[in-house]
Design a protein around this ligand. Structure first.
Ligand SMILES: Cc1cc2nc3c(=O)[nH]c(=O)nc-3n(C[C@H](O)[C@H](O)[C@H](O)COP(=O)(O)OP(=O)(O)OC[C@H]3O[C@@H](n4cnc5c(N)ncnc54)[C@H](O)[C@@H]3O)c2cc1C
Length: 465
């Protein structure tokens, strides 16, 4: 059995590792367009901030580790065409020569590419790029380009276009590095994946650390600065009412989301689904015989929403593992995502799982969201922090639908959101959260865990409505 994976990031490598784990005799080859298999691109901001000392430390596993696990790596090798009928893959090798690789089962893990928004200066023959200090950020190659700008031009200021989680992490990172950062977000609040009430707390944390945050601000163009102007670049934007805003900057980072990289699979006849991602079933099978797909290039099965597109590293790992198992003839299903995520912003963290009101309403549910606060541990023990919570439950069924949290980075926000993720996964009612037997000692918690107090606030409030 010869398994061939395209893509050496979370999905492709998880598939290869699982296949080798289940069948140490399986012949597994991973084709990777660059020379950086199994890198934690989620850690890029912490390398760029200087908190992670060397880029090599971002490797989940070294090349030697991967080879020791029994997979063959074809680095700097780009897959060009899938011949489904003959089960062959045409690739371009590092020297540029074309080569044909045969397979019994193929797993496509081509991931996503950063969105290049329609901003003047980003496209066309005179487009600004890394040499001008204008960057997109997704791969290790992008990371090296940003580091080159930081090290060789010593920028004093940066504009970050986009206030999603990667934009926020990079605002934190560049501030830690000593740059003056302006963040521009076209929506009404930063971190639009949480309710604006929590987004406003994130906003305040950014401002408190010296980041200039301009919300409701749409970037129109990036240009080279005129001679004698401050900064190498100028960013031109408009506020919601049309008022023009300009900022000088030595570098600009454009991080406004990703789109699935599907050209290869689509060229072979793969059906595309939600947001143009590759359509797969719960076993990660595409419509093409013997071709599986996983990670940021595929649609996401959501436990509450059905099909959506929610590109996350955690999901890519799970889907890759399922694809690797099933490519060997297994019968594993991807159980579905809840969109559980957490982000650190300076000294705080924000997290969410499940649905917010508008998402639940669109799914035909009857949501109510109740905001509350609780201490992360008994307030009499030094170092306690308040946690802001927003619990979403279904008014009709009482089922827990979602939780959003904001609190200090040492307030166990990530693990607390996971309590709710586990509860939603198992279809628990909001009221039943109080029955969970959770741990307690005053320096670390309270007899009623914060999430249980949030659930009780929801139950109290909805009973009165
Ligand atoms: C800065 C940053 C921070 C992030 N932080 C988080 C986080 O905190 N938590 C979280 O859950 N997620 C996070 N993510 C998202 C997460 O990294 C992705 O969801 C995950 O990496 C997707 O993995 P993937 O294998 O599907 O695709 P990708 O990581 O996009 O990798 C695609 C792979 O395919 C290869 N490839 C593509 N085309 C070809 C071809 N034709 N031939 C050969 N090889 C090819 C590429 O070289 C690459 O190896 C972050 C992403 C970024 C950029």
């Amino acid at each position: 059995m010869h398994l061939l994976m395209i893509g050496g990031s979370d999905a492709g490598i998880s598939a290869a590792l699982r296949a080798r784990e289940l069948d140490p005799g399986a012949d597994v080859t991973v084709v990777v367009a660059d020379a950086y298999p199994n890198f934690s691109i989620c850690g890029i901001p912490y390398y760029l901030s200087g908190e992670v000392g060397h880029w090599q430390n971002l490797a989940h596993r070294t090349i030697a580790d991967l080879e020791a696990a029994g997979m063959g790596l074809r680095l700097d090798t780009t897959a060009r065409r899938i011949d489904v009928a003959d089960r062959k893959l045409l690739v371009t090798s590092p020297g540029g020569a074309e080569e044909v690789l045969g397979y019994d089962k193929l797993i496509v893990g081509t991931g996503a590419v950063p969105v290049r928004p329609p901003i003047g200066g980003l496209a066309g023959p005179d487009a600004l790029g890394a040499d001008d200090g204008v960057h997109l950020l997704h791969s290790m190659g992008d990371t090296f380009a940003v580091m080159r700008t930081l090290e060789t031009t010593a920028p004093a200021s940066a504009v970050i276009v986009g206030g999603g989680y990667i934009g926020l992490e990079m605002a934190d990172a560049l501030t830690v590095r000593g740059l003056a950062v302006t963040q521009m977000e076209q929506l009404e609040e930063v971190l639009p994946t949480v309710d604006p009430q929590l987004g406003a707390l994130v906003h305040a944390e950014m401002t408190g650390h010296g980041v200039e945050v301009l919300t409701g601000t749409t970037v129109q163009a990036i240009t080279r600065a005129a001679a004698g102007q401050v900064g190498r670049l100028e960013v031109q934007a408009t506020e919601a009412d049309g008022t023009p805003v300009t900022r000088p900057a030595d570098m600009v980072l454009v991080v406004v989301g990703v789109r699935p990289d599907t050209a290869l699979a689509a060229g072979a006849g793969a059906t595309l689904g939600f947001k143009g991602a590759i359509a797969v079933d719960e076993k990660m099978r595409t419509n093409l015989p013997d071709v599986f797909a996983a990670g940021d290039c595929v649609v996401t099965h959501h436990r509450l929403l059905g099909q959506t597109y929610l590109p996350l590293g955690t999901t890519a790992h799970k889907q890759g593992r399922v694809a690797g198992e099933n490519a060997l003839g297994g019968n594993r299903r991807f159980a579905g995502s809840l969109g559980t995520q957490v982000v650190k912003i300076f000294d705080q963290a924000a997290a969410r799982t499940g649905l917010r009101d508008h998402e639940a309403t669109a799914a035909g549910l009857d949501p109510v969201t109740v905001g509350s606060e609780a201490d992360d541990h008994k307030a009499y023990y030094p170092g306690s922090h308040r946690i802001a919570m927003r619990v979403t439950g279904d008014r009709t069924t009482g089922q827990l639908l979602g939780l959003q949290l904001f609190g200090h980075k040492h307030a166990e926000i990530a693990k607390r959101i996971d309590i709710a993720a586990a509860a939603i996964f198992h279809h628990m009612a909001v009221d039943a959260i109080s029955d969970l037997d959770l741990s307690y000692t005053p320096p670390l918690g309270s007899p009623w865990e914060a999430v249980q107090m949030g659930a009780q606030a929801w139950t109290r409030e909805t009973r009165q409505r």
